[in-house]
Design a protein around this ligand. Sequence first.
Ligand code: AMP
Length: 219
Amino acid sequence: MKKLYVFLGPPGSGKGTQAQLLRDSLDCVVVSTGDLLREEIKRATVLGKKIQAVVESGGLVPDEFLIAIVEPLLSGLNQKSGAVIFDGFPRTVGQAEQFDQLLTSLGRSIEHVLYFDASLDLVLERINGRRICSDCSRTYHVAYVPPKQADVCDDCGHALIVRDDDQADVVRKRYQAYCEQTAILRSYYADRCVVIDTSRTLDSITQMVQETFGCGHRS
Ligand code: AMP
């Protein structure tokens, strides 16, 4: 991998959307631990059954399960030619410390952490319009990032759905988990953290993110 980036922020802050836009325009791989965990739940694996209740209620999955998912991926990612973006991982200080150790053992480190700052009100408004592809997990927003055809994924043609954990009461719990356990990572990564103000327009957020990646603005 050329460079490694971490996207941090509350649910609905737009980090997944920005990761998708970069994947569309650059040679890069996006690792979303939320997508990986949802896949485990969908396939009803041993891990999926263990974590289903906590994901659906808006809590954080224990650190050891995240490390068990991420560790085996790292050496393969290290062979990739382009950039790698971690979307939604790490989310706790424990995960961040173990991630640092794994990266050090590979002679790697995180280039930048993009911290997508968003208030609870903004998150609730954004998540209200969020849709996800039932097959490939691509994310849309009915107003800001609409699919070409209503309720159909542009990439694979499958139906768009509302995520189970995007209900307002679960979003509040996810936001609380973020405030209690993830927001502190902004200071943990203070030496390489770029804060993105997500109350700005989608275009200006995209511009700021792409400038951090050194690839300018694509409208
Ligand atoms: P996301 O798609 O990133 O919003 O993640 C959806 C859900 O998956 C979260 O609300 C958590 O329950 C779980 N999850 C994803 N990534 C992590 C992580 N790094 N640590 C703990 N739980 C996670």
